[in-house]
Design a protein around this ligand. Structure first.
Ligand code: BGC
Length: 698
């Protein structure tokens, strides 16, 4: 028996049933009652507790005062930074930059750890195809291949080993299918086939587990008509047996109890029993396990074995984190860690790479700092708070650089006139005269627009995907002046922009960029950074097109118009994003156009920077399987690469794609590679591609 198993089994052998159940109990509030329970060894983890000193004191209660001295897991929602706030995860995904994304997760873990947190409820790896759903902001967009790569990077970043132990345990969530809530309504039902689940929704989770994630969180939704948290098929059969996940499962907030509101558990006792049977190891905050598991075991003594297995998994995470060696944190450490200048530097770097340039008519951008007047108009003009985005943890608006501050600090010759003009959502309190006056005095107008941060995140769903409040009318009014106009748009989701693109000369999509928002936007506007971000979600033209995603399946009658009053073409497709340079693709060449299903597909492509600026291009590789035993997407991402090119430079890129990428789940939901003809596509986005065919044989 290995050392860890021996240690944990020895501990379990000494535990009373109350102490075992205690490990399965997590609370999100600490009061005297909870402290008493910690002393008795009846609470194994906490969330929402703050500060190194406070957390050390709580650890002392568990370690010094409880009978067996088992330390606490301390969880927190560190979704895109702890105090140094990075772009929202959806924005970061548009950088397609795994190194930078991993580094954000690492820094977030460093900061969180220095304040006593040892468990981070992230990454959120839910595939999201519906921008009405507010939680689309927390994930990596609509594609499962890219989502899996990003999931891996984030898990590795959070769990970076320092002094022999991972910084924190990561918790990929929300297992599983949560992004497919019907109608984009949070907490709603999910209905999908097992084939869909395995093809699209599981891969990022699998990648996160294969990267070593120590824990995972069950989701609020049901799947196959059973709430996830008590779903034996999805938690035991698929997660534990098929995906071979060995870590602990924590419920989402009170979701064990919520099985009652789904009307699948009759009462709290049944909810506890079903949670245990499904292998949900920790009950987050509902108190259902705390109150009922003992009686469940009295009635079904044979189930104590399941409790022992759950406790094993929980203690195992504590062991892996080194908490039995030292659960305490140096209370001075955070002073050297929090908001470290290198962390801010990283926040700037990743913010610049998360920005997506959507329109740039007549190359109006980049701007030049010269003797000119710029009018900066709109609710984001000097805003700090909203760049923090949803789930901003310990982020402080006073740390955020506003657009106005960045422009006025950095520009030497340009005069900037600023006018907020309207609030984000208010239709009435408008200062349009002032906005027009300022615009008239200027050579260029920059409109700083968008959604406020509370429009996305948990249960912040939308019916409309327009710019809220008066903002679209503000664009209308300003556009009548016929001044060169640039729209900066911040959001937590794709918006359907109506005909805004006809009214402005450039659209720069900034998302919610975090602390360095202003500086990143300044760098892109004035060409210090050549924008390189590419969309990881499709932008629809109208809400009625939703869900709209690039990897939809082939159907019959695909040439028939799908709507009477419009089409099903996106406003901006997946993978789209402009640069100040233009990149051309040529010489797509397969090393072999016929491979077996055990061989890697190798090919080369030349990419040339035809523009006047050096820049980074995100080269995207897609494929289509011509015929298969099941319906398949028209196109699927299977590789990508970022390449830096000087003006006029050409690079030949060599790609190798694992044949598994060309596999599928068949009618029996088994993974197979079916021989046949395939098309390979390579290009700058999911639509503009070069192509060639290849064959896979047995
Ligand atoms: C959210 C989770 C989060 C948890 C703890 C829930 O409401 O769905 O994503 O980790 O709360 O704060």
């Amino acid at each position: 028996m290995n050392k860890k198993r021996q240690f944990i089994e020895n501990l379990i052998n000494q535990m009373t049933i109350e102490e075992k159940i205690g490990q399965m109990v997590q609370y999100g509030k600490v009061n005297d009652e909870i402290k008493k329970k910690i002393r008795k060894g009846q609470v194994g983890s906490l969330l929402n507790v703050q500060g190194a000193k406070n957390i050390n004191e709580l650890q002392k209660l568990a370690v010094n005062e409880s009978r067996l001295g088992i330390p606490l897991l301390i969880g927190d929602d560190v979704i895109h930074g702890y105090r140094t706030i990075f772009p929202i995860p959806l924005a970061e995904s548009c950088s397609w930059d795994m190194e930078l994304i991993q580094k954000s997760a690492y820094i977030a873990a460093k900061e969180a750890k220095s304040c006593g947190v040892n468990w981070i409820f992230a990454p959120m790896v839910d595939i999201a195809r519906d921008p009405r759903w507010g939680r689309i902001a927390e994930g990596a967009g609509e594609d499962h291949f890219l989502g899996a790569e990003i999931a891996k990077a984030r898990v590795k970043g959070f769990q970076t080993a320092e002094k022999d132990f991972p910084l924190v345990a990561s918790c990929p969530k929300h297992y599983v299918g949560y992004g497919a809530v019907i109608g984009g309504r949070d907490y709603n039902n999910v209905d999908m086939s097992e084939n869909y689940l395995k093809t699209y929704y599981l891969p990022p989770f699998k990648a996160a587990y294969d990267a070593g994630a120590l824990t995972t969180m069950s989701s609020f939704n049901d799947l196959f008509s059973v709430p996830l948290t008590i779903n034996k098929k999805v938690l035991r059969d698929i997660l534990r047996n098929e995906l071979n996940f060995k870590g602990l499962v924590v419920s989402d907030w009170e979701s064990v109890e919520e099985s009652i509101y789904h009307r699948v558990s009759q009462d709290r006792k049944e909810a506890a029993l079903k949670g245990l049977l499904a292998s949900c190891d920790i009950d987050m905050h509902s108190g259902v396990y705390d109150e009922n598991l003992k009686q469940v075991i009295e009635k079904h003594p044979e189930l104590e074995q399941l409790i022992d297995e759950a406790v094993y998994r929980i203690l195992s995470v504590k062991y892996e984190l080194g908490l039995f060696d030292n659960p305490y944190i140096d209370e001075e450490l955070h002073k050297d860690i929090i908001l470290h200048p290198h962390y801010r530097q990283h926040a700037l770097e990743i913010a610049k790479k998360s920005i997506v340039l959507l329109e740039n008519k007549h190359n109006i951008l980049p701007l030049h700092d010269k003797n000119q007047v710029i009018a900066l108009i709109g609710p984001y003009a000097n805003d700090q708070e909203n760049h923090l985005g949803c789930w901003s943890c310990k982020g402080d608006k006073d740390d955020v650089v506003s657009i106005y501050t960045a422009l006025t600090t950095n520009l030497k010759h340009t005069k900037v006139l600023m006018e907020t003009a309207c609030d984000f959502t208010d239709h009435y309190n408008i200062n349009i005269d002032k906005a027009l006056e300022v615009a008239k005095q200027s050579d260029i107008v920059i409109l700083a627009l968008g959604e406020p941060r509370y429009y996305s995140g948990e249960n912040n769903n939308r019916i409309n995907l327009n710019l809220p409040g008066y903002q679209e009318r503000l664009i209308d009014e300003i556009s009548k002046l016929h001044k060169p106009t640039i729209a900066l748009i911040a959001s937590g989701r794709p918006l359907s922009l109506g005909n805004i693109k006809e009214k402005v000369d450039a659209i720069v999509w900034t998302w919610h960029l975090g602390l360095e928002a202003g500086n990143a936007i300044y760098a892109v506007l004035f060409g210090l950074t050549n924008p390189s971000g590419k969309l990881t979600v499709t932008f629809p033209k109208a809400v009625g097109q939703i869900p709209l995603y690039y990897n939809h399946k082939s159907t019959g009658r695909s040439h028939f118009p799908r709507y009477i009053d419009g089409d099903d073409i996106p406003l901006y497709p997946f993978g789209y994003g402009l640069s100040y340079s233009q990149y051309s693709y040529s010489n797509l060449t397969l090393v072999k156009d016929h491979i077996t299903k055990h061989e890697t597909l190798k090919f080369t492509i030349d990419v040339t920077n035809k523009g006047p600026y050096s820049g980074e291009e995100i080269v995207q590789v897609y494929f289509q399987d011509h015929f298969a035993s099941v319906t398949l997407p028209v196109k699927q991402l299977c590789a990508f690469r970022k390449v830096f090119l000087e003006p006029q430079e050409t690079k030949t890129l060599h790609f190798s794609v694992n044949p598994k990428q060309f596999g599928l789940y068949n009618e029996n939901n088994e993974f197979v590679i079916e021989p046949g003809t395939f098309t390979l596509y390579v290009g700058t986005n999911s639509v503009d591609v070069l192509s060639t065919d290849f064959v896979i044989s047995e």
